[in-house]
Design a protein around this ligand. Structure first.
Ligand SMILES: *Cc1c(COP(=O)(O)O)cnc(C)c1O
Length: 403
């Protein structure tokens, strides 16, 4: 057999570094690599496989709908599409006026949100406010709203009008005026290293956007579908946004995204103003509807809240000089490190049979399936503590104090 690393290096576009492993199979919270090693998956494909791998509900939904009707284009409606739209409206509190646009990814959901902002703002309101350190995707419109200058620079000029401000209520108060079409925020900045908004931010953003006639768009792509121990990140704050964007966890591993609109924002798109050939296809929507039904029926939002507390306690209980604070909510957790060694921690964890993620050099991101229980948590504790000890030991022997 040829070496998979060589194959990856020669066949795949060079947009990412070397792949971490060659994975061939998954079940529950475990995946197996090509050498047969079993890994405890506490990343879940970046907060995507909400039910774990190869969950019977997921497998059944994919199989049944693939054998029934997979694709028809957006000239037609299908039962799973309407069922999922109704479910999302109910879960997101979008009310009778709410509407749903289906996409195939998070970036596309944010593209739709960007166009929604333009339709709302027109020439009078050209400004779109996003936050420093925010991440909204890699397509041109979603990239324009993404904060990291180094991600945008090679692709400039960007679609215009987007400004990035610090994530403080004062900065929003200072920046907002009647020329702002929309403010887009993540309830917890996942890619930035699981960074929460300041206390009261969403409520303040809601009242400021209402005052200035701007849309409040909440990017729930990473925080939605029960991940934070509530259905959505904004649910913790008791506000009603004008739109939310979804992807990642709602499909449980099947590619799908969505824009959910509330109230008057639901009337902005008109026939011909947006579209997607694959968007809202019966296969993807049947799977997402089944995944969300299982999250509801099995009490997985509550499980995410409870297991998230336990996971946080476990991490805080690990006696390692490398741990410098635990952030996040529910099962979206960022472990702050006292030194920029997240990559080394991730590598040591993988060596021991655990998948976690380096969101940035100082943060290990943890986002397991919402289905985890006592056994997964106990194994995580052992493997993560050992990985941290491995890295501490290597820092000490290399002469560098682990801070
Ligand atoms: C992952 C992510 C996106 C982009 O989603 P893709 O499916 O990768 O296009 C956008 N916003 C947030 C908050 C995300 O976490």
């Amino acid at each position: 057999m040829s070496n998979w690393q060589d194959d990856a290096a020669s066949h795949l576009v060079l947009n990412a570094g070397p792949r971490l492993a060659m994975l061939t199979r998954g079940e529950g919270s475990y995946v197996w690599d090509a050498d047969g090693n079993r890994l405890l998956d506490f990343l879940a494909g970046i907060a995507v496989t909400s039910l774990g791998h190869a969950h019977p509900v997921f497998v059944e939904a994919v199989s049944r709908q693939a054998a029934t009707l997979a694709h028809v284009s957006n000239y037609f409606a299908t039962p799973p599409q309407l069922a999922l739209a109704a479910r999302l409206k109910r879960l997101a509190g979008a009310g009778i006026d709410g509407r749903v646009f289906f996409s195939n990814s998070g970036a596309e959901a944010n593209e739709a949100a960007f166009k929604l902002a333009r339709l709302h703002g027109g020439a009078e309101k050209p400004r779109i406010i996003a936050l420093e350190n925010g991440f909204h995707g890699r397509t041109m419109g979603s990239l324009a709203m993404t904060a990291k200058a180094s991600m945008r620079a090679p692709f400039e000029p960007m679609p215009g009008g987007v400004e990035h401000i610090p994530a403080t209520i004062e900065a929003l108060e200072a920046a907002i005026d009647d020329r702002v079409a929309a403010v887009i925020v993540e309830p917890i900045q996942g890619e930035a290293g699981v960074v929460e908004l300041p206390e009261g931010y969403l409520a303040a953003a809601r009242s400021l956007t209402l005052k200035h006639g701007a849309l409040l768009i909440v990017d729930e792509i990473q925080t939605g579908a029960g991940r934070t121990g509530a259905w959505f990140g904004f649910s913790h704050e008791g506000i009603t946004p004008d739109a939310i964007t979804l992807a990642k966890g709602i499909g449980g591993g099947f590619p799908i995204g969505a824009l959910v609109t509330y109230g008057a924002a639901s009337d902005l798109f008109t026939p011909g103003s947006h579209g997607s050939t694959f968007g809202g296809n019966p296969l993807a929507t049947a799977v997402a509807d089944a995944v969300l039904a299982e999250i509801e029926n099995a009490g997985l939002v509550e499980n995410a809240a409870r297991r998230g507390e336990e996971l946080r306690g476990i991490i805080e209980g690990i006696d390692s000089p490398l741990i410098d604070g635990v952030r996040g909510r529910g099962l979206l957790i960022g472990v702050g490190l006292a030194a920029p060694v997240a990559g080394a921690v991730v590598a040591a964890a993988q060596e021991r049979g655990l998948i976690v993620n380096a969101a940035n050099p100082e943060t290990v991101r943890i986002a397991p399936a919402l289905t985890i229980g006592d056994a997964e948590l106990a194994e995580f504790r052992e493997l993560f503590a050992a990985a941290l000890a491995d890295v501490s030991a290597s820092l000490t022997t290399s002469g560098k104090a682990p801070a």
